[in-house]
Design a protein. Structure first.
Length: 271
């Protein structure tokens, strides 16, 4: 499935380049216009020849009619040749860059050990450095200047810890609304389909003051299956992004993407 999707993306990029969508030069636009015009000539000529071969009484000049088909066939042949050339030139590239500030973040709340939970409950906030919540803090800090909403998907294990999490993080981000997702019992973080469904519900019911493109999915926390669910939900729309907080210094917050480009100046400069 992944292989077919990647090939489809590659073919789409090649077709866009050939048709001049990604590089709308005068020459490419002219070729497309001539292709459309010659297609009309080809259709008219083909219909006339077909009618003549079936015994139509309408006289035609066979040679002139055949000549009307040549421009389209020539352009079609040229595009097929370009397609073959671009098939060998197209390359798939994984993109990684530092995240830009967003207005909303969706994250998965990992449970913390009971002794650390009790320490945080008593106000010892330095204990958070030894918990997965530190990654959540680092991930949200990158959006501090723009952040308005955080949706927290809680597991059955972290459900009871959400109130403490919200209290600590609301003090750290006083202008941000924290929304609990998971009901009274929490979600099964091993059930990928259920997690994706909950993420889709978040996107379907965004506040009026925030757009889908302004929401990023943080896949750092939770089980590995939660990260898979976050990635799957991000593939639904090109407007969606994921982020991951690196667990080693300097704890960069990165977003990942995938694109197909034709070999040229840009790729050669990056090589």
């Amino acid at each position: 499935m992944i292989k077919h999707s990647a090939q489809a993306a590659k073919n789409k990029a090649i077709l866009s380049d050939i048709l001049g969508v990604t590089n709308p030069s005068f020459g490419n636009i002219l070729v497309v216009l001539l292709f459309i015009i010659s297609l009309g000539w080809f259709t008219d000529s083909s219909f006339a020849l077909l009618a003549y071969s079936l015994g139509s009484n309408k006289p035609i000049h066979v040679l002139e009619t055949c000549l009307g088909m040549i421009p389209f066939m020539s352009l079609l042949f040229m595009m097929i040749v370009r397609w073959k050339i671009y098939q060998n030139k197209a390359r798939m590239q994984a993109k990684t860059r530092k995240i830009t500030p967003h207005e909303g973040v969706i994250l998965f709340l990992s449970p913390i050990q009971d002794d650390l939970y009790q320490s945080l409950l008593q106000g010892n906030l330095t204990s958070m450095n030894n918990t997965p919540w530190k990654m959540a803090l680092l991930g949200l800090s990158k959006h501090r200047d723009t952040l308005k909403h955080v949706w927290v998907l809680v597991s059955k294990e972290s459900n009871a810890q959400f109130k403490l999490f919200a209290d600590i993080f609301s003090a750290e981000f006083p202008d941000v609304e924290f929304h609990k997702v998971g009901g009274t019992q929490g979600l099964d973080f091993n059930h990928v389909a259920g997690l994706v469904e909950n993420i889709e519900d978040i996107f379907d019911n965004l506040p009026k003051d925030i757009d889908e493109v302004e929401v990023v999915i943080d896949i750092t926390g939770g089980f590995k299956t939660a990260s898979i669910a976050g990635m799957m939900a991000s593939l639904v729309s090109p407007l969606r992004e994921i982020q991951y907080v690196q667990t080693i210094e300097p704890h960069d917050v990165l977003t990942y993407g995938f694109e197909v480009k034709n070999i040229g100046r840009t790729i050669k400069e990056q090589a």
